[in-house]
Design a protein around this ligand. Sequence first.
Ligand code: SF4
Length: 138
Amino acid sequence: MIIVSACLAGVECRYNGQEFSIPKIIEMVKKGQAISLCPEILGKLPTPRLSAEQYDGRIFSSDGQDLTNQYLAGAKVALNIARLVGCKKAILKSKSPTCGCGKIYDGTFSGKLINGDGIFCKFLKEENIEVYTENEIR
Ligand code: SF4
């Protein structure tokens, strides 16, 4: 089974209350080839919410609150779901502090990217699950 970031499947769960639909990913979910989830919603974070970025291994909102525990809690629930459905591949939203793969924002809220993975992406990679972003399948 393939896991996809819910915002890529049209769910309005991004920090700004919007989605980031990719038609091909919506089709995969409709055909039962993939299931969508949002680790941040699973972590009981509200929508909309302040944007957040990783800094020094922790996750902070743009007003400086350390929200690492909530983000970690959601990523762990999402990982359990991935295990439950026998996930082998995932397509996750690029650049997110949770779902980002390979590149994430640097924690200064200035738009600068650095090498790194979102926390959910990191958990999946640790389980040898292949992770892609929407950019690789578009
Ligand atoms: S946590 Fe992932 S699925 Fe949820 S809004 Fe952010 S990028 Fe999309």
